[in-house]
Design a protein around this ligand. Sequence first.
Ligand code: ADP
Ligand code: NA
Length: 330
Amino acid sequence: MTKPALYSAMQPSADSLHLGNYVGALTNWITMQDEFRAVYAVANQHAITVPFEPAELRDRTRATAAQFIAAGIDADRSVLFVQSDVPAHAELTWVLSAITGFGEAGRMTQFKDKSQRHGTDAQNVGLFTYPILMAADILLYQTERVPVGEDQRQHVELTRDLAQRFNARYGETFTVPQAHIVKESAKVYDLQEPTAKMSKSAASDAGLLRVLDDPKVTSKKIMRAVTDADGEIRFDRETKPGVSNLLTIYSVLSGTPIDGLEREYQGRGYGDLKKGLAEVVQSVFAPIRDRANELLGDPAELDRLLARGAEQANELAEGTIADVYERVGF
Ligand code: ADP
Ligand code: NA
């Protein structure tokens, strides 16, 4: 029996992935390679819908891909490619935009959020039609499953609507994808502001753990993480968000359940917990950082891997776009 097809993508929006990206997305991508025929993209075409700098975008695209590979996205099992290497994404976006209602696109809440965040001057039609590009991304690969968080669920609904509409109007062409809810994917919080999710857009850098950071910087950030005055190592998200966040991260990265950690650290101080956590984080980040830096220092090898991914993705996508063009009379 063939495995179901899965598609997921991440924007190259920073030089380094952060711990949230790693535990909330990348570890799932790695695991899902067993169960699915996975197609993973570095979504650089999505990245130009908000203010950006070209040279930086190019570097970030390569750095993001290098970290995916370094963490375990395996070119022998999955397709990993850079979105702009596959022209069919833009081609299908155009066709789908012609069957998307203006009001329907206007109901997408992420446009409102993002255009508010970046200001009126940065508002552009690309940001408005972003969900249509995302639908094209998914439908090109005859995707059956799309792993999504809550914030992307509306986009998957639109994708399903567009697939069904196209199929009904022009004939069976697209697989109608389903949202794949990743069970208990961990959410990690900012080390300085442990009620806010760890994010690259945090006001201060001190609460953000980056995969490619110098190990000394990472340890320092962990040792300075906000805790509380009661001194007890116990999980309680409401009254002890800082300590609870440290325990969550420790648990996810070590595989030890939280109650096991509470027992292990019973009667000990926060300094001990932080030292233990720093070691765990280093042991996870170090091999990824080393391999990613190796790839970034050997552009020919990274180029080769991305060219191979692009070739595989193009082969899949070209089959779909050829059908679509035939259907619409091109
Ligand atoms: P950011 O919030 O830094 O802008 P993105 O929105 O680019 O991160 O997220 C990329 C992926 O990483 C998404 O799949 C998202 O769910 C995951 N992710 C980001 N931050 C976290 C976090 N703090 N905890 C868990 N997962 C996260
Ligand atoms: Na974000």
